[in-house]
Write a protein that binds this ligand. Sequence first.
Ligand SMILES: NC(=O)c1ccc[n+]([C@@H]2O[C@H](COP(=O)([O-])OP(=O)(O)OC[C@H]3O[C@@H](n4cnc5c(N)ncnc54)[C@H](OP(=O)(O)O)[C@@H]3O)[C@@H](O)[C@H]2O)c1
Length: 239
Amino acid sequence: MSLKGKRIVVLGGTSGIGLAVALSAAREGAALVVGSSKKQRVDEALSKLPEGSEGNVVDLSDSASIEGFFDKVGEFDHLVYTAGESLLLKSLESVDLAEAKRFFDTRYWGAYASAKFGVPHIRAGGSVTFTSGTASIRPHPNWSIVAGALSGMEGLTRALAVELAPIRVNVVTPGLVKTPLWGEMDSADREQLYKGASEGLPVRHVGEAEEIAQAYLYLMNQTYVTGQVLVTDGGGSLV
Ligand SMILES: NC(=O)c1ccc[n+]([C@@H]2O[C@H](COP(=O)([O-])OP(=O)(O)OC[C@H]3O[C@@H](n4cnc5c(N)ncnc54)[C@H](OP(=O)(O)O)[C@@H]3O)[C@@H](O)[C@H]2O)c1
């Protein structure tokens, strides 16, 4: 089992976990297509990926943009969805409902629409791998919007695994990972977050994007797992 010669679409593949998936899959000999909303990020990702890799701008909060993206891409083998923005952490009392609903646009509806428009182009033996996060199983106070969207991804995964069979559908649920997602934080606060988290984690370090990428590679490569949530969190959900 290898990704050699497979064509893989990574939505959110221009940064963090998605870019690490793209680079790792390319090392196995896969042909990559990455997509995200900013042209500059798409170009930067392409400069890191092997020659011949493809990249297109797509707004994953807009279903028409997603449909157009897949019309251009054509046939492929595996779809990976890692797109997402910073977490919306608000109490039930203070949250604006329109803002809460918008949080689902990229995380949930973008993934849903990508399955709708992407799956018809997936070749036999292919798969879909979504992304969730441990907020689904271990939320803190004020994490209700995030927990709702991420738990939704896990239920959607199980439902699509039976609906789209024999295409396999799985979801990776990362814990804390060092990626540009945390780039808006003050750097001292970010280092404090990583230090505090690593001391409490059973594996004693915060995840690197390359470590999480291995979970996606496993789910694409193997052929007997579908409808599963692969928690990749250094044991964080246990402590
Ligand atoms: N890092 C963590 O600690 C962690 C923990 C648990 C779960 N996760 C989840 O893992 C996923 C990947 O996170 P990451 O840490 O790799 O984040 P990241 O480095 O910030 O990457 C996010 C990617 O999503 C793309 N994106 C965001 N909004 C988009 C939109 N509307 N349309 C198209 N592309 C869009 C970004 O590209 P553009 O800016 O070009 O749009 C970027 O390529 C997210 O769903 C995140 O919630 C992360």
